[in-house]
Structures are given as structure tokens and as C-alpha cells.
Design a protein around this ligand. Sequence first.
Ligand code: ZN
Length: 143
Amino acid sequence: MSNLNELYQQVILDHNKNPKNYGQLPPPCCSAEGKNPLCGDHIDVYLTIEDGIIKDLKFEGDGCAISKASASIMTTVLKGKPVAAANEYLEMFQDLVTSDQPNEEHKGKLGKMAIFRGVHEFPTRIKCATLAWHTVKDAVAAG
Ligand code: ZN
């Protein structure tokens, strides 16, 4: 059994303190709002999409360290990727945090996001970790 300290690894704490790509993007960008009432996390994401590529994405919001760090790392993973990849990554990430036996190949593809595997032990935290991803999906669908 891993403990909560392990979950709050340094990289999570660092991203919480100094989030990457924090802020808004000017219109016309796709945006969406995500909420996780269980924890009180609230996030807005902004995406600029050109020729099917996520040219830029930013987020703003308030929430726990896990939700903010996940959003921050997510922006670094998805920037420059095709829109289709966002859904693919969401599915891989969802599997990583919920599955009893996550796909090892996905772990490699997810890079830094793989540290969130720790939330698997804490079901109430899974929504914190996946909030930003679901919000990006909503933003793309709305755009
Ligand atoms: Zn949270």
C-alpha cells in the first residue's frame, strides 16, 4: 500500500506551485469549464486549434494540488499534438489511474503524467487527476 506522501511527489508539488501554461487565451479559442464538486476543484481550459493541431492551450482555476498539477502537466503533453490525440491520451490516462493492471506501453507514452498512477490507491482523487482531461475533451467538442 503506498501512502499519501508518495502521491504528493515533488513533481506534483512543483507544478502546483508553478503551473505551466497558466492563464487565458484570446478568442477565438475553444474553451470549457470543468468542476469536481467532490473536492471543490474548478478549472477553465482554453485551446487554440489550427489545422487539427493544438497550437496552444492554457488553463486557469482553483483546486487541490493534484488537479492543478495534472492540468499543468497535461498542457505540456498536449501542446503541439493533433486534436485526435487528446482523446487518445485521455483514454490512456483514464486506464492508468483506474485499471488494476495498467498498460505498460501507455505509461511510457504518458511520460510525466505516469506519476499520477498513485491516485489509483485513492479513488476520491481520481476525479481530481482526470478533471483537466475531461475539460479539454469538452472544449474540443464545443469548439
Ligand atoms: Zn481535487
